[in-house]
Design a protein around this ligand. Structure first.
Ligand code: ACO
Length: 440
């Protein structure tokens, strides 16, 4: 019994992950890892998961932070670390510590990411991890009369070189440090570097891996999804979580410049990276430029997804059979609900010549996404479509789901109330469905 349950949950998890793995293959993700995370004991497990991403065909760039290492070095020498407007002021002495800290983090990371995939048949396979002088920098200069010294900003990033390395299946490691053409070294902010690297590589995802598990709302609950506008408003309203708030400008810039998703995850929960990348709900907070769930017109490419959702229901007699050819010929009637670029639902609106009635048909939400309000969203969408087509009534035919429609305002009706053309089809299919009407 237990074995079965374990097997079932493995199969379910694997099926959930498979489309995400397929989707991310050959795509680039940038992981921006806080230095506190790298210094923690739990990092070894995370490093193993990062290594595995490469073996799934995902191109990985790691940008590391350095703050904790610098703070520790400064504390050891009882030195203070002045800052202005949230940026460290880097004088000559601090710069030495910055270089020292960067070297130390880099070696720690290289060691952790060089460990072979110990639980896999590829045991002993070493990741090819490459770091280098990818970034040219310039000084931040004097701000409001404050000389920021060797604190710098990005001038140029050698994306050609990074892309070549990724193409050769190397994992690329980028440090928050850059050099000017005159040979000076500048300390950079990790989040700025990570965002610019993600933008320049047109990365699919930028994942900030922090100590905190993501954004927490006023009630202490994890916020799973935020659009860019919601994120800006949220941080106004909930001023706590200063460490994470620091990431907001880079997050919004990355989204505006075309990075599809920015994600914040906590490193200390085992498997949080996989959960964020390969499950629908993820483990942290995910940001997108626009809303996460959207409904759009279906296209022929959606037919495999539609068939995947409707076939089990056809077998159970919940839905009438629709062939691939039927779907190909009627695809314009269908709408698709996507969450984070994965298809989770569909619905069709059928029109009848000379009638001001429309039929809502083939309403389906994937079993793993039911009871989250998607059915209701699809219904609202069809109502909107019907109204803008000047239809006066929506009807549907159902064998098993009548109650769901009744609870949403549909009324029991008779066959005589629907268009003649549909009455004829009804007699042909012999399913004996109940008829429901919704005045618009
Ligand atoms: N009868 C009555 N209530 C139902 C049914 C049902 N068959 N199925 C789900 N519900 C209830 C849930 O219990 C839940 O109730 P609660 O809010 O009180 O907890 C509520 O509906 C969930 O609502 P949503 O989250 O908006 O709906 P969801 O995203 O789960 O989608 C849908 C509802 C489309 C019916 C989904 O359950 C599904 O795909 N079912 C299988 C396919 C199906 O029956 N489709 C309709 C075919 S008929 C036609 O298309 C005309």
């Amino acid at each position: 019994m237990t074995e079965h349950t374990e097997l079932d949950s493995f199969v379910r998890a694997f099926r959930e992950a498979a489309p995400y793995i397929h989707y991310l293959r050959d795509k680039t993700i940038v992981l921006a890892i806080s230095s506190h995370v790298i210094a923690a004991e739990t990092f070894q497990a995370l490093a193993q998961d990062i290594s595995l991403l490469g073996s799934l065909g995902i191109k990985v760039v790691v940008v590391h932070g350095v703050r904790k290492y610098i703070n520790d070095l400064m504390q050891e020498s009882h030195a203070t670390l002045p800052s202005y407007q949230g940026r460290r002021i880097t004088n000559e002495k601090t710069l030495v510590k910055v270089k020292q800290a960067c070297g130390e983090v880099r070696f720690d990371l290289e060691a952790a990411l060089s460990v072979g995939l110990s639980n896999s048949p590829q045991y002993g396979t070493r990741n090819r991890l490459v770091s280098g002088n990818f970034i040219s920098a310039k000084p931040l200069g004097v701000i409001d009369g404050v000389d920021m010294g060797y604190t710098g900003t990005i001038r140029r990033i050698d994306f050609t070189l990074i892309k070549q390395l990724l193409q050769h299946n190397c994992m690329v490691l980028v440090s928050p440090i850059g050099h000017s053409l005159s040979g000076k070294t500048f300390s950079l902010s990790m989040d700025e570097v990570a965002a610019e690297v993600a933008i320049g590589l047109r990365a699919e995802k930028l994942v900030f891996i922090n100590e905190e598990a993501g954004i927490i709302d006023a009630d202490g609950a994890l916020v799973r999804n935020l659009s860019a506008n919601e994120a800006a408003a949220f941080f106004e309203a909930v001023p706590q979580q200063k460490a994470i708030k620091r990431l907001l400008p880079s997050t919004l810039r990355a989204l505006q410049q075309g990075v599809k998703r920015v994600q914040y995850i906590g490193a200390h929960t085992e498997g949080s990276l996989f959960s964020e990348l390969f499950t629908k709900n993820g483990s942290g907070t995910s940001f997108a430029q626009h809303a996460f769930v959207h409904i759009r017109q279906a296209i022929s490419d959606d037919i495999p997804d539609i068939m995947r959702m409707i076939q089990p229901l056809e077998d159970q007699g919940v839905l009438v059979h629709r062939s691939h050819d039927y779907l190909e010929n009627h695809i314009d009637e269908f709408s698709i609900l996507e969450h984070d670029e994965q298809v989770y639902g569909c619905v069709a609106l059928k029109r009848f010549q000379g009638s001001n009635m429309g039929e809502l048909a083939c309403l389906v939400v994937s079993p793993d996404a039911q009871e989250g309000g998607y059915g209701e969203l699809l219904l609202e969408h069809v109502q909107k479509q019907a109204r803008s087509a000047k239809l006066k009534t929506l009807f549907c035919l159902s064998t098993h789901t009548g109650e769901w429609f009744s609870e949403r305002g549909f009324q029991d009706a008779t066959l005589a109330q629907i268009p003649l053309e549909r009455q004829r089809q009804y007699h042909q299919d012999g399913r004996g469905s109940h008829v429901y009407l919704l005045p618009l």
